[in-house]
Design a binder for this molecule. Structure first.
Ligand SMILES: [Fe+2]
Length: 401
């Protein structure tokens, strides 16, 4: 395990019905709040009305900004920042999934930011250095989709609508003040959102498990426990979508998957995310679908690259799928593990190929070029164990067809 600093100041309020008391939970953060949610938000209207009413009951004013879309756009963040400045908003509340929470963090950091907002984002290895925000308005997260852990991390991702680059801010300034996690809010999530949210959470665990420092048995067991929990709870939710206990376990598992705890000491790169961001930026492919695609192709490409990879995938398969290693070589067990992941994604209905995501195969060379620009290091390698060059990226994309 490598040395690490772990800092996570988010106050988590977890429980069924806690979102009904949001006004009480946020009192003290200011007099006026911007409530941020999706452009299409009919399904959240009852919750949004409750949030406004609860704040009003505690003497706070509210301004609505319902413009966020999946794969959130910089232009909407700019728009909201201008409204916050004009309205003298004191704090921001996100009501929605990762796109809404990420936008809310960027909006809150953007209000006091003295430069052009895109300067906050890191978009490519060869660009001028981003200027991280040093201040932010307080933020409150009310997540409605377990997936990104944005409710408990300091990351915000957005797409520049002009340059079509998908980029991120990773900065301690962005930690939310409070996250109100109310599992009951997730009981009515559509099946597709539930599935791709779970796939995203699994990918967060697997990026660290496969590509981080591999000398921590404790972190390994935490990862394996989270993966088994997410898969079991997803299966249970698909059978019984309104079961709040299963929803609660899924929500907390997704939060722990990317809030920094299980990544501590591993210093892991995120190759599947780097490749996935390019698909989202080019085709507006849902984030979770891009991860399903690369949990298929990237696994099949990397699992037999060398004996170390074979042993790692064999261990993973043994721990989470019960793949027997007694009667197999590590290579055979690694391939069986990759196959089991594909089977799992078929079982839960996650689209995991470029064809299923309607991504044109003839654009694979251009996709590879975009990955080289935005996801690779200055030497043209995608950070991963082992690092992957252009030929490997093309091979993964061709395996993803
Ligand atoms: Fe993700």
């Amino acid at each position: 395990m490598k040395n690490f600093v772990l800092y996570n100041p988010v106050r988590v309020i977890f429980g069924n019905g806690e979102s009904n008391d949001v006004g009480n939970h946020v009192k003290g953060l200011g007099k006026k709040a911007m409530i941020v949610s999706y452009e299409v938000h009919d399904f959240l209207n009852p919750l949004l009305e409750r949030v406004h009413a609860s704040l009003a009951a505690h003497g706070m004013e509210t301004v609505s900004f319902y413009r966020v879309q999946a794969n959130p756009l910089l232009c909407h963040i700019r728009e909201a920042v201008e409204i916050c400045r004009a309205e003298k908003v004191d704090f921001c509340i996100a009501v929605g999934g990762g796109s809404v929470m990420d936008s809310t963090k960027a909006i809150a950091a953007g209000v006091p930011y003295p430069h052009d907002l895109w300067k906050m984002f890191i978009s490519r290895h060869d660009c001028e250095v981003a200027v991280p925000p040093t201040q932010t308005l307080p933020t409150v997260m009310i997540p409605t989709l377990p997936a990104t852990s944005s409710e408990m991390n300091c990351i915000a991702v957005a797409t520049n609508d002009v340059t079509k680059e998908k980029a991120y801010i990773y900065c301690p300034t962005l930690y939310p003040k409070i996250s109100i996690m109310d599992p009951a809010l997730t009981c009515s999530l559509p099946t597709f959102q539930t599935v791709i949210g779970a796939v995203d959470a699994m990918s967060h665990v697997l990026e660290a498990y496969l590509n981080g420092d591999q000398r921590s048995p404790l972190q390994d067991r935490l990862h394996e426990g989270l993966l088994v929990t997410i898969m079991d709870e997803l299966r249970a939710i698909l059978k019984d979508p309104s079961n709040v206990e299963h929803r609660a376990n899924m929500q907390w598992a997704a939060t722990l998957a990317w809030n920094g705890y299980i990544q501590s000491g591993l210093d892991a790169p995120t190759p599947m995310h780097q490749m996935g961001h390019v698909l989202s930026a080019r085709y507006n492919t849902p984030h979770g679908v891009t991860l399903a695609i690369f949990m298929d192709a990237y696994f099949r490409y990397t699992c037999t690259l060398d004996s170390e990879r074979e042993a790692r995938f064999a261990l993973l398969g043994e721990k989470i799928f019960g793949v027997s290693r007694a009667d197999k070589t590590d290579r055979e067990a690694a391939i069986a593990t990759a196959d089991r992941f594909v089977k799992f994604m078929d079982e839960v209905g996650a689209p995991h190929t470029l064809t299923a995501a309607k991504i044109p195969h003839e654009e694979i060379p251009e996709i590879a070029e975009d990955i080289l620009i935005h996801g690779c290091d200055a030497n043209g390698n995608l950070p991963s164990i082992p690092p992957i060059g252009k030929e490997g990226i093309l091979e993964i994309l061709n395996m993803a067809k």
